[in-house]
Design a protein around this ligand. Structure first.
Ligand SMILES: [Zn+2]
Length: 352
């Protein structure tokens, strides 16, 4: 589980995702919030168990204290779109990417003012050669995917509109528009895509933004050919966790690791990741200058630089408050209760 900055709050390895197995994690996290005096989160993105088709969802049961306090549970849109893959020929079919991006377009609309400002910045770069191009030609030819994701905010368009747009996209691609040059169709079977779409319609409500809620923050301003553009980051979705899943194996230096060392590697890795995410979230997005994670060392470096040169070296470094917490107690707090770890602890205590 991660917060809106992408920092890992808790990471638990379970053999199944049942209520019984996940309850200690949920209760532990809610307890940490209570002890820290933090207000419950307003919004939680999940990849399953989002809606109340059969009564209260399992996520709402797990985090009942937070949902009672008004927290909303929403389905991550990337995961919703990914579910259509079951009906598609994904193996290098030329229409695959087209269908996936059209699904994204059925859910979102772009902010017109942001788009106009971006087009103005692009035109300003080549005023003479772009003068003959229309507004839509500039967007089509010169606006990159990266520009769109950084400088243009998106909003969800509502249940009715999304439903109509998905129907239309599927109907169009069911015809010849969905075939490649060998007349192989993108959809495995017409009945399969209808079945998947029928199942996913119940989640249309779960993927909509909360009305009136601002989903973006400005992280910094960039000047592009004399036009000042805000760079946005969004708190929508659970994309940051996908990055964590790829980072996770890199935390462990080798396949042969004892259970306790394994946990220490993971803890150290999460601490590094959280530190990077915290630095990246500071307005201005300067990030970290050095990849040194020894807090006392960076703290001393900043102190000396302040004394000698009047400015700190790592501007985004914030000293963690570890007062009263020993490393041992942190490791113990995270000690696993599985059979493997218990056996190892028993063996090592017998050796002593
Ligand atoms: Zn749902």
């Amino acid at each position: 589980m991660a917060n809106e900055m992408g920092q890992i709050l808790t990471s638990v390895l379970t053999c199944e995702e049942s209520l019984h197995k996940l309850r200690p994690m949920a209760e532990g996290l809610m307890e940490r919030y209570r002890k820290a005096g933090e207000t419950p989160p307003e919004l939680m993105y999940v990849d399953r168990c989002c809606c109340r088709v059969h009564g209260v969802s399992s996520v709402e049961q797990l985090f009942s204290d937070w949902t009672d306090a008004g927290m909303l549970v929403r389905l991550d849109i990337f995961h919703w779109i990914h579910r259509f893959d079951a009906a598609l020929r994904t193996d290098h079919h030329p229409k695959y990417a087209l269908f996936k991006s059209s699904l994204s377009a059925t859910v979102f609309a772009y902010n017109k003012d942001d788009m106009a400002q971006l087009v103005q910045a692009i035109r300003a770069g080549h005023p003479t050669s772009y003068a003959s191009l229309s507004y839509s030609q500039i967007i089509e030819i010169h606006v990159s995917k990266s520009d769109m994701s950084h400088h243009v905010r998106r909003i969800t368009v509502g249940v009715q509109e999304t439903c109509a747009r998905v129907n239309s996209a599927i109907d169009i691609l069911k015809g010849s528009a969905g075939m490649d040059e060998n007349q192989v169709h993108l959809f495995k079977e017409a009945a399969t895509i209808d079945h998947i779409w029928g199942n996913q319609q119940k989640h249309l409500e779960c993927i909509q933004d909360q009305p009136g809620r601002n989903m973006y923050t400005i992280t910094k301003y960039v000047t592009r050919t004399s036009v000042r553009l805000p760079r946005y980051s969004t708190e929508r979705g659970s994309n940051s966790l996908e990055g964590f899943h790829s980072f996770l194996p890199k935390m462990i230096p080798g396949p042969h690791s004892a259970a306790v060392s394994f946990q220490v590697y993971i803890l150290a890795g999460i601490a590094r990741l959280n530190s990077d995410r915290e630095s990246a979230s500071v307005k201005g997005q300067k990030g970290r200058k050095y990849k040194v994670y020894v807090s006392p060392l960076v703290y001393r470096l900043n102190q000396r630089c302040q004394e000698l040169f009047g400015e700190v070296e790592e501007t985004n470094f914030r000293r963690a408050d570890w007062s009263g917490v020993s490393v041992l107690s942190i490791i113990r707090a995270f000690q696993c209760s599985c059979t493997l770890c218990s056996d190892q602890r028993d063996t090592s205590s017998r050796r002593r």
